[in-house]
Design a protein around this ligand. Sequence first.
Ligand code: CA
Length: 246
Amino acid sequence: MEQILSDYLHTHSFTHFDLKAVIFDMDGVLYDSMPAHDKSWQQTMDEMGLRHLPHEFYLQEGRIGQSTIDTVFQRNLNRNATDEEVKKIYARKTELFQQYNSGKILPGAAEVLEYVQANGLKPVLVTGSGQPSLLDRLDTHFPGVFTPQTMVTAFDVKQGKPHPEPYLMGLQKGGDLKPNQAIVIENAPLGIKSAVGAGIFTIAVNTGPLPDSVLTEAGASVIFSSMEKLLETMPEILRLTQTISI
Ligand code: CA
C-alpha cells in the first residue's frame, strides 16, 4: 500500500497527502443497486428491440442516462436518440428500477462512512444518478452523512463520467480541495476514469461482474473485492496518507 500511495504522489508531483475528504460513488459502492440497474436497462432495451452487449450496462455505469441510451442507439440505428425518445426510455428504465431495486446497502458501506467521519474527514458523494428523491433515500440509510452541499448528481454536471467534471466538482464541494486532499472510492471503469482524470487517488471496490483488469486499466490504484475488505484496510490507508512524504 505504501508503494502504491508513493507512486501516486510521484506521478502527480505532490510531496504528500493532506487528506480532508473521501469522495464516494453511490451505486455499487454504497448501494447494492447495480443488479437492478442492469436488469432494468436490459429489459427496457429488449422492449424497444434494441440490441445490447454482455455486461454493457456495467461497462457504461456512471454515465448519465442520455449517454447510455445514445450508445445503444448508435449501435442499432446509427443515430442518437431524440429528446423525446430519451425521456421515454429513461422513464421506463426508472420505473423498472424502482420495481426491481432492493434498496439494500452494501455490507461495510455504513461502517466505512462512519470510519471516515470519525477520523475528521468529510464524506462527499459523486453520482451519475438522477433518481428522484436521492437525498431522502441517502438520509434514511446514512442519516446526516450527506447534504446537498456535499453531493454531486446528474443534475449538477454538464458532462457526466468518464469526463473529470463530476469529480472536479466533488473536490470543490469537499471545500475547494486539491486532488491530494481527497481519495475516491469507485466501482465502475468510467467512474474510475473520471476520478483519475481529476487527478485523485482512486480506490476501486469490485462489487460487480467485471474482471479486476477492467478496473486496473481504467486507472484504479488499488482494488478491493468488497466494502468490508476496504474497511479492514482503511486504518492503514489513513495512517500512510498522514506519514508518507516524498
Ligand atoms: Ca457506481
